[in-house]
Design a protein around this ligand. Structure first.
Ligand code: SDX
Length: 428
């Protein structure tokens, strides 16, 4: 047996097995042959929350959590944030290469001309309370889009996958803006095809009586940088939801709604909203030690800190922190940034956080920028979902054509009762 293998002795029958090691992994199914007796089902692996389980092969995003490296299709996130736009990065994530001039023009045209929503979607949005959380509105309306594009069920048709990719990337900002305008009791602003993807998003959000809205270039650049940083992150919770739900061959709108629902959680994309609530509650640098003590005793968490993969500084947080200072130079100082920076300084000197390798993640500073840009806190997870749609779709497209993939259906360790006898209600 080649070196790349495990020699495993199952002491129950006293048998030894050779298990091949491939790409730093062993296949869980290779343990099924190990039985304590003939009628034994065979060994399974047990990994709640998949803390040490690879679910797929992927070429989309590379992360080295120990060093703090993030690359989309091999390109370092720092270079993309500095030199690319979100739409160009979305193309890279989806198609695996940076577009040439013609490809970018065609891609930009296809996205630009799919930004409109069916007029009936407005009826869904208006069905929500004025104070409905926009992320809940997004989950509902993205799922509803599946009913407007029944051809999306043909997920094995490359042309259908391509069309739904364009539609979802194009329509997420429009949906998000409509939800925002509904929350504010403002009329909807339709897409302006003369503007860039980021500029049009700002147009649909902020335009009031202007005949021709011109987005502030500093804000447009900030949106591009933030969208690039949030575009994908390999097998995170919402990408896993996209792949698992998509594996039943449902349409990509329904799978995206599931991914958005996963992102909504405070431990995932909802953390950017929780960070602002936390910083606001702290309110003053003098109160930071009191809160750090609470986090260390397990009373709540330092939101925006820690990560399943990064055991070093999240490279995105570094870029966002720098962008926050640029934006605040334009919009005016936000006292929450000073509290956040002092909180980071104190935490990174505290053994509790250092020993657990807890560093700021992408959500720690992003909310401060969003707040400075004028977004209400509840819009923050929506600002995560818009760019992450490209990553979800890239992961879904990989899964659909991967010959190794099939419907996701984990096993379990059953710990409940067995063989009980039904008792009529009069005797219970
Ligand atoms: C995102 O996966 C991705 O890639 C996600 C994401 C993406 O781009 O898709 O990067 C986006 O979701 C970023 C994470 C946003 N969430 C938060 O900021 C919420 C706060 N962070 C934590 O809840 C936590 O760090 C997680 C959820 C991010 C990671 O959790 P893990 O890997 O399951 O770690 P754990 O909960 O097992 O914690 C390990 C230890 C525990 O202490 P002990 O039991 O060892 O004593 O660290 C402690 C935890 O109590 N800990 C924290 C903490 N995070 C972990 N203690 C205080 N504050 C925290 N933030």
């Amino acid at each position: 047996m080649p070196d790349d293998s495990l020699t495993v002795k199952d002491n129950r029958p006293g048998k030894t097995y050779e298990i091949p090691i491939t790409d730093g992994t062993v296949r869980a199914i290779d343990f099924r042959q190990m039985k304590a007796s003939e009628d034994d089902f065979g060994l399974m692996t047990y990994d709640p929350a998949f803390t040490n389980t690879a679910s797929c092969r992927s070429e989309v995003t590379f992360i080295d959590g120990d060093v703090g490296i993030l690359e989309y299709r091999g390109y370092p996130i720092e270079q993309l944030a500095e030199q690319s736009t979100y739409l160009e990065t979305a193309f890279l994530i989806l198609y695996g290469h940076l577009p040439n001039k013609q490809e970018l023009e065609e891609w930009t045209h296809n996205i630009t001309y799919h930004t409109m929503l069916h007029e009936n979607i407005k009826k869904f949005v208006e069905g929500f309370r004025y104070d409905a959380h926009p992320m809940g509105m997004i989950v509902g309306t993205v799922g509803a889009l599946s009913t407007f594009y029944p051809d999306a069920r043909h997920i094995d048709d490359p042309e259908s996958r391509e069309m739904q990719t364009w539609r979802l990337i194009a329509k997420m900002p429009t949906l998000a803006a409509f939800c925002y305008r509904h929350n504010r009791g403002l009329p909807y602003v339709y897409p302006d095809n003369e503007l860039t993807y980021a500029g049009n998003f700002l147009n649909m959000l902020w335009r009031m009586g202007e005949t021709d809205y011109k987005p502030d270039p500093v804000l447009e650049k900030a949106i591009n940088v933030l969208f690039i940083l949030h575009a994908d992150h390999e097998q995170n919770c919402s990408a896993n939801a996209m792949r698992a739900v998509g594996s039943s061959k449902t349409d990509p709108y329904s799978a995206t709604a599931a991914a958005a629902a996963a992102l909504y959680g405070p431990l995932h994309g909802g953390a950017n909203e929780e960070v602002i609530h936390m910083l606001t509650e702290i309110g003053d640098k003098k109160r930071i030690p009191e809160f750090v003590q609470k986090f260390k005793s397990g009373e709540g968490r330092l939101m925006g800190f820690g990560h399943r993969v990064y055991k070093n500084y999240d490279p995105r947080a570094k870029i966002i922190k720098r962008t926050a200072e640029e934006v605040l130079d334009l919009t005016g100082r936000n006292p929450l940034l000073d509290i956040a920076m002092e909180l980071e300084r104190i935490a990174l000197e505290d053994e509790y956080f250092v020993s657990r390798k807890l560093y700021p993640n992408v959500d720690f500073y992003s909310g401060i920028i969003y707040q400075a840009l004028g977004f209400p806190v509840e819009m923050f997870p929506v600002l995560f979902a818009i760019p992450r749609t490209a990553g979800w779709l890239a992961q879904w497209r990989e899964m659909v054509v991967d010959p190794e993939q099939k419907i996701a259906r984990p096993r379990q360790i059953y710990t409940g009762d067995r063989g009980l006898k039904y008792v009529p209600i009069g005797k219970r």
